[in-house]
Design a protein around this ligand. Structure first.
Ligand SMILES: [Fe+2]
Length: 302
C-alpha cells in the first residue's frame, strides 16, 4: 500500500547537534547541500539559545527545511503537560518555519534526565491516556504531530503487544508515526520478535518520516539504542524493506554520541539517498509499466 499523505519534508536528512554546527559550516557547502535535504533538532536544545549559536542555527534553518523532535514532553508521564513549553514550541516552530513536531512514545523520568525514556505500559488504559494527551498537544500546536516507536528494555504489566499498542495510540489520537527502523531492530532482538512482521503491521498512511541510527551491542541478546555507532547491515536492510512496503518516505540519520567527521556522516546520509533512489526508480518503472499496459489495452480495444 502506498502512502498518499504528504510528507512534511522529502529526501534524506541529518539530526543537527550543537557539536555539528562548526564542522558542518566549515565543510564544503556544495557537498553538504547536495547530500542533506532536511534537518531535525530537539527544540529543548535551541528554544532559549541566543547570540552566536542562535545565528548559526538560523544559518541552517534558512538553508534547509526543519523538523522538531522533542525530548521532554513526557507524553506517557504522570505529570500534567507543560503548557508553557508547548506554547513556546509553537512560537519557535512558527519563527523558524519548522514543518512538524514529533515525540517519543514514552516518558521522561521525573529526575530530569531527558535521555532516560521510560516505556509506557502497553495497556488499553494507557492508550486512552496517551491519546488524550496527544490530542491536547495537537490542539495547542494547531497541527498533527508524529509519535516515534521507541526502544524499551522491559514492558511491565503489558496487556497488548507493542505493535497493537502503537497502532491503537495512532488511531485513537489521530496522529502520525515517526518510524525508527533502528528501534524496531533493537526491540526485535531484545524481545525476540520478527522485525519484518512488526514493520509490515505499521500503518503506511500515517508515516510522517523515518529515523535510522546505530546502536551498541551490550551482549548477543541485548542491544542498547545509543545513536553512537555506525549503522549495521541489518538496520539498512530494514530501511530497504520499509521503502519496499510503504514507498519512499523522508528519513534522517541520528547520531548523538561519538560524532564522526562530517565526511563519514555524509556517507551514511548518502546511503539513505541511494536506497531511496533505488525504490523511487522502482516505483517509476512500475508506473510506466502500468501506463504502457493501459495504452496497449486501449489499442487492443480500438
Ligand atoms: Fe529515533
Amino acid at each position: 500500500m502506498m502512502s498518499h499523505r504528504r510528507h512534511p519534508v522529502t529526501g534524506a536528512g541529518l539530526g543537527l547537534r550543537r557539536a555539528l554546527l562548526g564542522p558542518l559550516q566549515a565543510y564544503d557547502t556544495e557537498t553538504v547541500d547536495a547530500t542533506i535535504d532536511f534537518m531535525e533538532v530537539a527544540p529543548e536544545n535551541w528554544i532559549n539559545v541566543g547570540g552566536q549559536r542562535r545565528a548559526s542555527f538560523r544559518y541552517f534553518t534558512e538553508r534547509y527545511p526543519f523538523i522538531c523532535h522533542g525530548l521532554s514532553l513526557s507524553i506517557g508521564g504522570p505529570s500534567p503537560l507543560d503548557q508553557t513549553f508547548i506554547r513556546k514550541l509553537r512560537q519557535f516552530m512558527d519563527h523558524y518555519r519548522i514543518r512538524t513536531y514529533s515525540e517519543h512514545l514514552s516518558y521522561c523520568t521525573d529526575d530530569g534526565h531527558l535521555y532516560d525514556l521510560m516505556p509506557i505500559p502497553f495497556t488499553e488504559e494507557a492508550v486512552k491516556y496517551v491519546a488524550g494527551r496527544i490530542h491536547q498537544v495537537q490542539d495547542m500546536l494547531g497541527q498533527r504531530m508524529a509519535i516515534e516507536n521507541v526502544s524499551y528494555y522491559a514492558a511491565p504489566g503489558a496487556e497488548l503487544t507493542e505493535i497493537d499498542f502503537i497502532n491503537a495510540v495512532i488511531n485513537e489520537a489521530d496522529c502520525d508515526l515517526l518510524l525508527d527502523v533502528n528501534n524496531i531492530f533493537v526491540n526485535s532482538v531484545n524481545h525476540r520478535y520478527d522485525p519484518l512482521e512488526f514493520l509490515a503491521a505499521l500503518p503506511a498512511e500515517r508515516i510522517s518520516y523515518g529515523h535510522i541510527a546505530g546502536h551498541y551491542n551490550e551482549a548477543e541478546d541485548l542491544i542498547v539504542d545509543t545513536h553512537g555507532a555506525d549503522i549495521i547491515g541489518d538496520v539498512w536492510d530494514l530501511l530497504d524493506k520499509a521503502y519496499e512496503l510503504f514507498g519512499v518516505f523522508p528519513t534522517l540519520l541520528e547520531r548523538d554520541f561519538n560524532i564522526p567527521p562530517v565526511v563519514d556522516l555524509l556517507t551514511e546520509v548518502q546511503k539513505i539517498r541511494d536506497i531511496q533512489a533505488k525504490w523511487s526508480q522502482h516505483e517509476r518503472s512500475k508506473k510506466d509499466h502500468a501506463t504502457h499496459d493501459h495504452t496497449d489495452e486501449k489499442r487492443r480495444r480500438a
